[in-house]
Design a protein around this ligand. Sequence first.
Ligand code: FCB
Length: 582
Amino acid sequence: MFRTDFVWGVASSAYQIEGRDPADGAGRNIWDAFVDAGKIQREENAYTACDVIHRYPEDYALMRLLGIKHYHFSISWARILPEGTGEVNEEGIRFYRDMISCMKKNGVEPYVTLYHWDMPETLMHRGGWLSPDSPDWFAEYAAVVADRFSDLVKYFITISEPECEIMLGHCTGENAPGLKLSLTDALLATHHLLMAHGKAVLALRGHARHPISVGYAATCGVAIPATSSEEDVEAARKTYFSIDTESERWAWNVSWFLDPVIFGTYPADGLKAFAPHMPEIKEEDMKLIRQPLDFMCHHIYNGYYVAADEDGDVIRLEEKPGATHTDADWPVTPAALYWGARFLSEKYHLPLYITENGVACHDSISSDGRVHDPNRISFLDNYIGALQKASDDGADIRGYFVWSFLDNFEWVSGYSRRYGLVYVDFVSQLRIVKDSAYWYQKVMETNGRSLTVNQKARQILFLEQDEGGDVSVASWITEGAYAGMTLDELLHRAPELFGGVMQPPGRTEMITLEIEGEASFLQDQTYLYITVSMGDGLLNGHYIRRGDHFILPMGFGVVEIQGNLTLLVSARVILEASKETN
Ligand code: FCB
C-alpha cells in the first residue's frame, strides 16, 4: 500500500495551458517562434491554449470539487523576465501570485517547476544553452521566483525533462528551438543545462524567504526485465542506466542527466564513448551541478522489454503482436512504473515523486454529453497498481501526479492528443469532467485502496485443457492476471481467491448445472471450479465450450451465462445460488 502521507496530484506545464493576453507583459519564448514558423500540426498555436490565464479560478474550483490536493505546474520564464534577464514583468508576478493564492484557497498545494522547455526567445538569440552564460541567466530567474513566490510555494523543481529539451529540441530538431546540433555541441548545451540546475538550486535556497524543498525532474523510457529472473533484472538495470552509444538517441538516458546531479560525476561509460566530443569540464562545474536535493522527480510513460541471453548479454525484445499503444502511439507498459521506480530508488536513494504519467486517448463527447474514457481508467489503474507494488517492494515513493489535469496543447501535435482528466473544447473552452477524473477522485480518497490491484480478482481463470478431459491441479492457467501460474501456485500465492478453502477438484463433489438460454446468479461466497461438459456459450463475455475448465475466484460477483450448456460445478454454494435463479 502507499504511505499514509502519499501525495496524489495532477500535472501540467505553462506553455501547454496558459495562453496569452495582449496586456500580460510576457516576453516571447522559443515555442512562440516555433509556432509562428508553422511547425505545429495543422499550423495550430498556443495563443489561447486552455486560456488558463483567464479561467484558473474555475479550474481550481474544479480541482477542489474533484478532491485534487496537489498540483505540479510550471512557471513561464518569459512571463516573469520578458527578456530572460533584467527587468521583471510585475504583471507576470501579480498573475502568478493571484493564481497560486487562488489555488491554495481551493486547498491545492503548488509544486512549481521553473523550466518546462520554454526558454525566452531573447536568450535563444544570445546562444541559448550553448552560451556559457546560460547557467547565470537561469539562476537570475530562479532567484526572482524564490524571492517573489517562496511565501506561497514550498516545493520547487528546477528543470522538467532535460532529456527532451536536449534530444528533441537540440538534436533531432522536432521540438523548439528546432536545432540539430552536433554531438559536441549537444554535450556542451547539456553541460550548461546541468550547471543551470545547480545554480538554480543555490539561487532558490539563497533567495527563499521561507523553508523550501527542491527537486529535479528527469525522464526516460524504462528497460523492463522480460521475466523476474535475476539475470533479466540485471540486464534491464544495466540497460536502463547505461548509455546507448551506438544510437543517435544518446540523450534518452537516465544516468547522463542524473548521475551528475546526484553523484557529481558523469557516468564512466558515456565519458569514455563521448571523449572526443566532451566539453572541458572543471571540477567546480561538477561540484556546482551536485547540489543536495530534497527529493527527485521522474516522468514515466512507458518502457521496452529486455532479457539476458545465455552469455549474459542484453537483448532488446521486439514488441509482441497486438501490443497496446496509446493514441500517441506510445506502448502501454505498466511494468515501466514498477521497474522504473524500483531501479531509480535503489540507485539514487532519494524520495521519489512520479510527477508525470498519463495517456493520450481518443476521447470524444458521447450523446449523453459526457466523456467516457475507460481506456484511460484502465491505463492509470494498471500503472498506479504497478507503482504500489514497487512501493510494497521497498521503493521510496512519495507521490504521483497524473499528466494532465486538462486536455492541452501537446507541443508539435497541437490539440490532437488528449491527456486530460478533464476534456477541453478548444473552441468554446468548455470543460467536461471525464469518467477518469471521478475514478481518480476515488483513488485519491482511498489512498489507492480502490485500485483493482487491491480488489479481489474478478477474472475468469482458464485452465489448460488436457486430452483426456481431466484437469489436474498442476495445470497452467492460460488466461487472466494469473497466466503462467499453476493452480497450486495460485492457491499458495493468492489463497484469498479461494476463500482459503480450495480443494483439488477431484476431492470436491461435482454438481451438474444445466443452462438453457440464460442464467445469472451472484457468486460471492467461495470459488467455483467449472468444467463445460456439453454445449457452448458465453460466460461474462468469454466464449466457453465443451472441454473448457476454469475457476471463478471468490467474490467474482454476478455470473451471467448465455447458451445451451451443461456445466460441472464443484462448489456446493453455487448450486444453492443457481437453484434460486433457475
Ligand atoms: C511529457 C512532457 C509533457 C507532455 C507529456 C505527454 O514528456 O513533459 O509536457 O508532453 O509528455
